[in-house]
Write a protein that binds this ligand. Structure first.
Ligand code: COA
Length: 281
């Protein structure tokens, strides 16, 4: 079994592979994933047969593994294990000290065997955007990006410039922020295509959440009127639970954040209301 970096000639294989697990990727999505970490997305190949893939994204000392898929006919021969080891090797060479990933509950044993420990639980929710009134939330503008990245780094715990900049460039009409005395204290974004969007990141400083959590979500729900929405939200906040219910976002599953080697809290999880994609933290 060999590993090489993914290139666009692999996209048809990846689109079919992800679809067989119920995940719909477009070539545009895959281009974005490759652009984040072109040398850190791997495909396992044996005798010219493509077996499976994994992606990584490095944010300084923190790194995320995502998109681990092995073709059904090639499973239980060690490809998944080797892909994770390849991803870890890449991230460690890049200086990542805290490799993390999200996994489904039934995969916890697989990752524990590889040295990951469970950290937090996240609920995955579904719903539909709809017309809603909101206040004290503004559309994000180019001159606020640096401030947004600094706010995100304080709460997320690592600099996500490459993801947040890309989201703004591709999906600016879905980016909103809120301010207190002129200072940004929260923001929300969404990404997607046609009628399916993923909501997140969604972030707010804990002391301003009573005032702004609901308004930020309503601004995004309103912008996404008529579209199908998916959202992954850490399960730690009763205020968020209430707001999610109010907006008719229904839980469809759970994901678990796991960290490699040691349980290290990064950033301030209290400020993370919606994560920016299971493969991006
Ligand atoms: C999860 C996934 C990537 C694993 O891929 P895989 O190639 O089967 O992984 P491995 O072969 O390394 O390991 C799978 C299991 O087979 C076992 N195994 C590995 N080689 C084996 C062998 N020669 N004989 C018998 N069992 C073997 C492993 O011990 C492991 O068991 P565990 O899950 O109880 O720890 C694959 O099942 C998949 O693509 N699933 C759908 C997508 C998904 O769930 N992705 C992960 C999201 S969290």
């Amino acid at each position: 079994m060999n590993f090489r970096t993914i290139n666009p000639s692999d996209f048809d294989f990846i689109i079919d592979l992800a679809l067989s697990e119920g995940i719909r990727y477009t070539r545009r999505d895959l281009t974005r994933i490759l652009d984040y970490e072109p040398d850190g997305c791997f495909i396992a190949v044996e005798n010219e047969k493509k077996l499976g893939i994994v992606s990584t994204i490095v944010f300084g000392k923190v790194g995320w593994i995502g998109n681990l898929f092995v073709a059904k006919s090639s499973r239980r021969h060690g490809a998944g294990t080797k892909l994770i080891k390849e991803a870890l090797r890449y991230m460690q060479n890049k200086g990542v000290e805290y490799p993390k990933l999200y996994c489904y509950p039934h995969r916890i044993t697989f990752y524990k065997r590889l040295g990951f420990l469970t950290e937090i639980n996240v609920q995955v929710l579904n719903g539909h955007g709809r017309e809603t009134q909101y206040e004290n939330v503004e559309g994000l503008t180019e001159d606020s990006i640096d401030e947004l990245i600094a706010l995100d780094e304080r709460l997320f715990g690592a600099n996500r410039l490459k993801v947040l900049r890309r989201f703004y460039d591709e999906f600016k009409e879905y980016c909103f922020a809120t301010r207190v005395d002129g200072r940004m204290v929260g923001y929300i974004m969404a990404s997607g295509a046609e009628d399916e969007y993923e909501l997140g990141p969604w972030i707010c400083e804990p002391r301003y959440q009573d005032e702004f959590v609901e308004e930020l979500l309503k601004a995004e729900m309103n912008r996404l009127t008529g579209k199908r929405i998916e959202l992954s939200s850490p399960m730690h906040n009763t205020l968020v639970e209430r707001v999610l219910k109010k907006c008719d976002l229904q839980q469809k599953g759970i994901a678990i954040r796991m960290g490699y080697g040691k349980r290290v809290p990064i950033g301030n999880i209290e400020g993370i209301l919606g994560i920016g994609g299971l493969d991006r933290g």
